[in-house]
Ligand binder design. Structure first.
Ligand SMILES: [Zn+2]
Length: 87
């Protein structure tokens, strides 16, 4: 709560190597991966669904018994909707 405003700095985490990059970076400073995809993924994971009630209808019913992968990159708060990485 005492942090900087949310819209000031958003660190972009590289999906490829996990390095943290400035939001102004186009590519990862470490591995050179395209950060636009990382940014997009982060947006989807962090941005709250606008105008939506807090009712969640995305229960992964076909995935029972499948534990979340530990150390999944860049989605600490994904509300129960794991997406497989698309190449
Ligand atoms: Zn990288």
């Amino acid at each position: 709560m005492c942090y900087r405003p949310a819209n000031t700095v958003t660190i972009v985490k590289c999906l490829e190597c996990g390095a943290f990059n400035k939001p102004t970076n186009e590519t990862c400073s470490k591995c050179g991966a395209d950060l636009n995809e990382s940014r997009k993924a982060a947006d989807e994971a962090v941005a709250p669904p606008a105008g939506k009630p807090k009712e969640i209808s995305l229960t992964p019913q076909g995935l029972d018994g499948a534990p979340k992968a530990p150390g999944a990159p860049s989605a600490p708060k994904a509300p129960g909707a794991p997406k497989p990485p698309t190449p």
